[in-house]
Each structure stands twice: as C-alpha cells, then as structure tokens.
Write a protein of this length. Structure first.
Length: 614
C-alpha cells in the first residue's frame, strides 16, 4: 500500500491524467543500488540545478546511468566522484542546457519577465535620481525685481508725487448714499430718476474734485508698489465704510513680483469716473471751462496709471482715456456749440498728444515678473541654465491648478512632482522662448494691425497645452501670456477711437469755418488733420458718410467689409460690439459661418456718433 501511495505521489500530473502511476519523479528509486556516496553526490548536484521536478528526475536518471557505467567499468566510487567535477559548475551547466530545451512559450515568458524587471529597475533608478534632483535643488533668488521697478518711482521728489494728494482727495470725498452705490454716475443725465440725488451728492464732493484736479495735474504719481495694502488708504476706506481699519504685516523685502498690489489703479480709475460725472454736470450748467479742466484731469490720471510699467496699468490708463473720449464724443454729438474753437483745439491737442500720440503696452513689469518666476522656480548653474524645482509655487499661481497639492504637501504629491519637473523646459530654454515671444509682441504693437501675424510662440503654447506634457512644458507661459495677448487688441481699439474722435473734432471745426461738413475726409487734410486716419482692421481710409442727422465715422470692423455704416444686428452698443474687436481672419470666417455668431460680427464698427442707448 505504501509503495502504491508513493508511486502516485511521485507520478507527474500528466501521467495521472492518462491513468498511469509511473512514479518517475521518485529520484531515490532511480539511484537505488548505487553506493551511498554516489547517491548523495547525485542528489547534491540535482538540488543545485534548481530545475523543475520532472527535469530533476531526468537529470537524476542520466547521472545514475553515468555512474553505473563507471562502476561497471571497474572504477571505484571515489574516483568517479572526483573526476565528475565541482558540484556548482556541473549543476550550472546542466541547468543551462535544460533551460534551452524548455518550451518556447516558457522562454518567451522568462524573457518578458527579465525585461520587465530590468525596466523596473531602470525606471526606479531614474525616479530616485529625479526625486533627489528635484528635492535637493534650490532656486537662487539673486534679483529684487520689485525694488528695481520701484527705484525710478522712489527717486521722484516728494513735491512732485501726486499719490498723497490723491489720498487727500479721497478723504474729502464722502462715500455716496446707498441709492447711488454701484451706480455709474458718469452715465447719469438730466431727467434720469437719480439725477437730483446725484446732484446733491455732487455738491458734497466739489471740494474733493478740486483737490483731485490738482493731483491729476502733478508730474508723477509716485506710488511705490509692495505686496501689502497701503496703510493710509486702508484707514481712509475704513473711515468711509464705518469699520475699524485692518492692520497688515510689513511688506516683504523681496516679494514675488506677480503678487504686488496696485491699489492706486483701482482708486484712480474710480476717481476718473467722478470727474466724468462732473463733466456731465458742467455741461448741464454750461460751464465748458470746467468740462475741459475735467478732461485734462482724466488724461492726467490716465498718464499716472502708466507710471508703474505693468499691463494692468496700461489697461486702466486706456479705460480712463476711453472715458475721456466717450464724454467728448457725447458732447460733440449732443451740443457741439458747447465748446469754443480754442477749447476744441486745446482738447484736440490734449487727446492727440496723450501717451506720445500712440497707445502701447509697457512690458517691463511683465518681463520682470516672468524672470522673477524663473528665479524662484529654477535652479541656477551659474551659466544661465538650471532645472525646475518649485512646482508648488507654479501650482498656486495657475488659474485652475494642476491638482498635485490638493491634499497638502504630505500627500503622495511629493512623490509625483519629481516626474513632472523634467517635462518643463530648462531655465535657458524658458527664458529664450519668453524673450522670443516678447520680441514678437513688440513687433505687433509697433506694426500695422491689418498686417498682424500670429505670434509663433503663442501658437506653440495654445497647441501644446492640449496635453498634460504641453501644459507642464509651457506652464509659466500659460500664467503670463494670455493677458498680454488680449491686451494687444485693446491697444488697436484705443488708437482707432483716438483717431475717430480727433476726426470728429476736425469735422466740427470744418463745419464752423465752411458752414457745412466736408464731402470727404480728404478735405480735412492738412489744415485740420495731418492725414486721413486709417481703418486699423483693413489699412484702408476710415469710412465717412453724411446723414440727415450728421456725420458718421465707422470702421469696417472685425469682418473687414464695408456694410455702409450698418452695425451688427445683435450689437447692443454699435460703438462697442464684436465688430470693434480685432479678430484673426480664420476666426472671422468661422463666426460668419456660424448662424449663432454671424449677427454679432457681420456689420461695421460705429466710431462716431456715440451710442445714446435705448
């Protein structure tokens, strides 16, 4: 019975399936009859081969046959064992030979396993290197860009600084009553429901407006920006709102430039609107001198907004400038006799000369902000290069974040970011790419809008950011570039509006001199205009036509064709519609082909007269 059970136990499964109890795995039975030293030697060799059970049985059978042949030839067991060779070497050779004879699927599986193992070891080695590289690298903050940008401002003599006078004006201007809060006072006119209440508030702010005009006429703003709110401005705002002023930590010595606060822009823009409101009151009271003084003050505020060379400052400046143009356009359309010839000429020179006669973008702070991010996000090898090492800062500045730090720095994110870092270009590539992009922006601003070509770097960014790898590679660009790209269109709009308003002034002066408007704009040249203004969408002369209600000036607009002064069907305000925005030709083609968008752009941009509302 024991022999039967042993035979079953020592039988391969394949034999059992066939109904045979072969017992061919029983190595002891195979070596039975051999001297004990030989049997032990064979067992040691077979064990060292580390083969499958059936292979071990076959090897045992071959070795047993070998030693039996030797014994039958009259050789003793010790001699045979000694001549057989070292167990380790023999077992290795046997194992190698047997593995070569194994089935092809097994050999393929082993090769795959080994390949995966090597790959895993390699990847782990690379990861360890990247982990150490990322966490051991430290940015070197060598520049204080905030101090560099503030240096010219801090050099302004105290007596030339307007910011303290602006604060004085804010102290003298009380908060509006609840009914006027969040109302655009400069849009109110006689007959409006809130006009009488607005006039009552106007009487309370007249002294403050006088101080405001004085501040706007000063040579410089003189506000040195920091990453903390202005303490004096906070006290004024707290007093106006009836709350306790907040206290803040001292400003950083070298703050992250992108986190610099610019409260002067918000406040001066609000003050410019109060001046525009005063212009409405001055026109109602037939006081053109005060009206012109207010316009000059708004232009002064617009100039002060550009002192800190940042794009948001340019945008605030353009907004204030457009506010002045808007008030002037309305005054010319509603009551052209309100101004004397001398006042119109003065206003024309003020408008034409503002900002050097051409709107642009000041990119110094944008460039400094980008370089500040670079120095805080990359290591520095001393030769202008380095690798990325501060993804957490980048993640905090991104509009929607990359999600690696949602659960805090102790989460698995710390193990993920070393893999993301290499996807981002190195320091040298990042700086060179940004400089290449900025050169293209400057060329666009200096060139002709109708010849504008897509910034190749911007194309790279927009195409690449469809993938995670692209988003990582151009992560810094995604933060800094979009605002500048959209701001260039605002520059075109500002320049177009300026030329239209100057043309409207020239038309009025011509009418006063000749008793009628000119048949074409060419008649204004050179006495009243140096040249006929160009349509910045097409490069053709600005469109002009006479109607029973007066002259109309218009641009062909975003769709670039002349619709005879007809605004888009869905333009709530013909002077500020989709037609006024600069679009790439392929965008225009797509909009015209889309029934939902066609009526927003198919038409002209009406530059003058201004939209009067419903």
């Amino acid at each position: 019975m024991n022999r039967t059970l042993r035979a079953l136990y020592k039988t391969p499964m394949r034999d059992l399936i066939r109904g045979r109890a072969t017992g061919r795995l029983d190595r002891d039975a195979i070596t039975e009859g051999l001297p004990e030293p030989v049997r032990a030697h064979i067992e040691r060799v077979v064990k060292r081969t580390r083969l499958w059970r059936l292979e071990k049985a076959d090897v045992t059978r071959e070795l047993a046959a070998h030693f039996r042949d030797g014994l039958d030839a009259g050789r003793d067991a010790d001699t045979l064992i000694r001549d057989f060779g070292r167990i380790k070497t023999t077992a290795r050779l046997i194992r190698r030979a047997r593995k070569r004879n194994r089935p092809a699927p097994w050999r393929a599986m082993i090769m795959l396993r080994n390949t995966i193992g090597i790959l895993c070891v390699g990847l782990f080695t690379i990861y360890v290197f990247l982990f150490i590289r990322y966490n051991a690298g430290e940015p070197k903050i060598t520049h204080n860009y905030a101090a560099e940008l503030n240096a010219p401002i801090e050099a302004i003599p105290e007596q030339d600084r307007a910011w303290p006078v602006y604060l004085e004006a804010l102290r003298a201007i009380p908060a509006p009553p609840k009914t006027l809060e969040n109302k655009d006072l400069h849009c109110l006119e006689p007959g409006d429901e809130l006009w009488d209440e607005a006039l009552a508030y106007h009487a309370q702010i007249e002294d403050g407006l006088a101080i405001l005009r004085r501040a706007a006429g000063m040579p410089a703003l003189g506000y040195a920006a920091t990453n903390r709110p202005d303490a004096e401005l906070e006290r004024i705002q707290a007093e106006r709102s009836g709350r306790e002023p907040r206290t803040f930590d001292p400003p950083s010595n070298n703050p992250l430039l992108i986190e610099i606060l610019l409260p002067q822009l918000t406040e001066t823009r609000s003050l410019a609107r109060l001046l525009a409101f005063d212009m409405n009151v001055a026109q109602t009271n037939s006081n053109p001198d005060r009206w012109v003084a207010d316009l000059d003050a708004i232009l002064g505020i617009a100039g002060h907004a550009q002192e800190y060379p940042v794009i948001i400052g340019d945008l605030v400046s353009m907004a204030a400038f457009h506010l002045a143009l808007d008030r002037l356009d309305h005054a010319l359309a509603d009551d052209p006799a309100f101004f004397s010839d001398a006042q119109l000429e003065h206003v024309a020179h003020s408008i034409a000369g503002f900002g050097g006669g051409h709107a642009t973008l000041h990119l110094e702070a944008e460039h400094a902000s980008f370089m500040d991010l670079v120095q805080r996000c990359f290591t520095d090898d001393g030769h202008g290069n380095g690798h990325f090492t501060n993804f957490k800062l980048l993640d905090s500045l991104s509009a929607d974040g990359y999600g690696f730090f949602d659960t805090g720095p102790s989460s698995a994110s710390m193990f993920v970011v070393p893999l993301v870092g290499p996807l981002i270009g190195d320091r040298k590539w990042t700086v060179e790419t940004y400089d290449r992009w900025q050169i293209n922006v400057q060329a666009q601003l200096a060139g002709k809008p109708w010849e504008r070509e897509t910034n190749p770097v911007w194309l790279e960014v927009t195409r690449a950011t469809d993938t995670l790898r692209g988003r990582a590679k151009y992560a810094l660009f995604e933060i800094m570039l979009p605002a500048i790209q959209s701001a260039t269109s605002r520059v075109y709009e500002s320049n177009q509006r300026r030329s239209a308003t100057l043309t409207a002034i020239a038309l009025e002066l011509y009418r006063r001199k000749h008793g009628e408007y000119p048949a074409t704009l060419d008649e204004l040249v050179p006495a009243l205009l140096p040249a006929v203004p160009l349509d910045l969408h097409t490069g053709d002369p600005m469109c002009y036509k006479l109607t029973p209600d007066g002259p109309v000036l218009y641009s062909r607009g975003g769709d670039r064709d002349d619709d005879g002064g007809r605004p888009p069907a869905k333009a709530e305000d013909p002077t500020h519609s989709e037609a006024s925005r600069w679009h790439w030709p392929d965008e225009v083609e797509a909009m015209l082909a889309d029934p939902r968008q066609r009526d927003t752009i198919d038409g002209d941009w009406i530059l003058f007269p201004p939209y009067e509302g419903d």
